[in-house]
Design a protein around this ligand. Structure first.
Ligand SMILES: NC(=O)c1ccc[n+]([C@@H]2O[C@H](COP(=O)([O-])OP(=O)(O)OC[C@H]3O[C@@H](n4cnc5c(N)ncnc54)[C@H](OP(=O)(O)O)[C@@H]3O)[C@@H](O)[C@H]2O)c1
Length: 281
């Protein structure tokens, strides 16, 4: 399988490359500087040069709060570029993998979201990602849409790294107690995407690390401090007190059963993945 990775300079992209190298997969990776997916001409040219069997789009506009202000930018990267990509993939017979989010859901459920539950995003980032999903579904291309949550890794713009950075200079950090979901290590996500592709997974699947019906962001932050032996105190706060521009779902745990069924193995517990991430740093 010849794989083309787009947006390879981000949290997922960088760790995905390491996993592909480990697995000795045949891949070609492009950062935004090497290939901006908004440039349709360059995108077409690069795809024609590589002639991939599969494109994995790790590129995304991921600034959830800024997306409320920079709506056009978020829509261009998360939806419009994906519309073009799906069209190219259909025309050229290339399989497309798109990474989507738990933020397509409103958070009203109290049990994990299935891939077929109705999406109803609370913020513009989630809406732009849902547009991306729908463009792919309507395009007629062969695809895998993977929804994930609280993605973290050794590089890029993610909660885990920002928390570790802040803990170097701060004695106390406030984190939300009323947002419940499951963290996902880039290692779990990359390995499981490859496993799904190898097992012929098609359509929408959820991939996260395993929790028992979710944990709060506060619990995640406290565990990161413990595992990385930081003295910074994590103080719990309600989301409403932080006055963020974008609303977040209070509950967005994703059901991973269908994914585990297809790949024939269980996804790791979140504490195990966090420990593995530490060993890799
Ligand atoms: N982070 C999470 O918690 C989370 C949760 C659920 C789903 N996801 C999804 O998972 C995917 C990967 O997220 P991530 O955490 O790895 O995000 P990230 O760290 O922000 O990485 C995204 C990468 O895409 C690049 N990019 C942006 N616009 C581009 C363009 N026009 N052309 C090519 N590349 C472009 C970015 O480059 P610049 O930084 O230079 O702009 C960055 O390197 C995204 O689709 C995201 O929506 C993330």
């Amino acid at each position: 399988m010849k794989i083309m990775i787009l947006g390879s300079g981000g949290t997922l992209g960088k760790d995905f490359i390491n996993i592909l190298k480990q697995k000795r997969e045949n891949f070609y990776a492009y950062t935004k500087e090497q290939l901006n997916i908004l440039n349709l001409e360059r995108l077409n040219k690069a795809i024609d040069e590589v002639k991939p069997d599969t494109i994995i789009n790790c590129a995304g506009y991921t600034k959830v709060d800024m997306a409320e202000i920079e709506k056009d930018k978020a829509f261009s990267v998360n939806a419009l570029a994906v519309f073009n990509l799906a069209k190219i993939c259909r025309e050229k017979g290339i399989f497309l993998t798109y990474i989507s989010t738990d933020y397509v859901f409103s958070g009203e459920k109290t049990s994990p979201y299935h891939p077929f539950d109705t999406a109803s995003p609370l913020n513009y980032y989630g809406l732009s990602k849902l547009y991306g999903e729908n463009y792919i579904r309507d395009s007629g291309c062969d695809y895998l849409i993977v929804r994930t949550s609280w993605l973290y890794g050794t590089e890029g713009n993610n909660f885990f790294l920002k928390l570790l950075e802040k803990s170097e200079s701060k004695d106390e950090i406030t984190v939300e107690t009323d947002q419940i979901s499951s963290p996902t290590s880039t290692i779990t996500l990359s390995k499981t995407i490859i496993a799904l592709l190898n097992k012929g997974g098609r359509g929408i699947y959820n991939i996260t690390d395993r929790t028992k019906n979710g944990i709060s962001l506060y619990t995640f932050a406290k565990k990161i401090m413990e595992v990385f032996e930081r003295k910074t105190v994590i103080k719990g706060v309600k989301s409403s007190e932080l006055l963020r521009p974008a609303k977040r779902p209070s509950y967005s745990v994703l059901d991973i059963e269908a994914t585990e069924f297809i790949i024939g193995e269980r996804l790791p517990y979140w504490e195990v993945s966090l420990g593995e991430m530490k060993r890799r740093m």
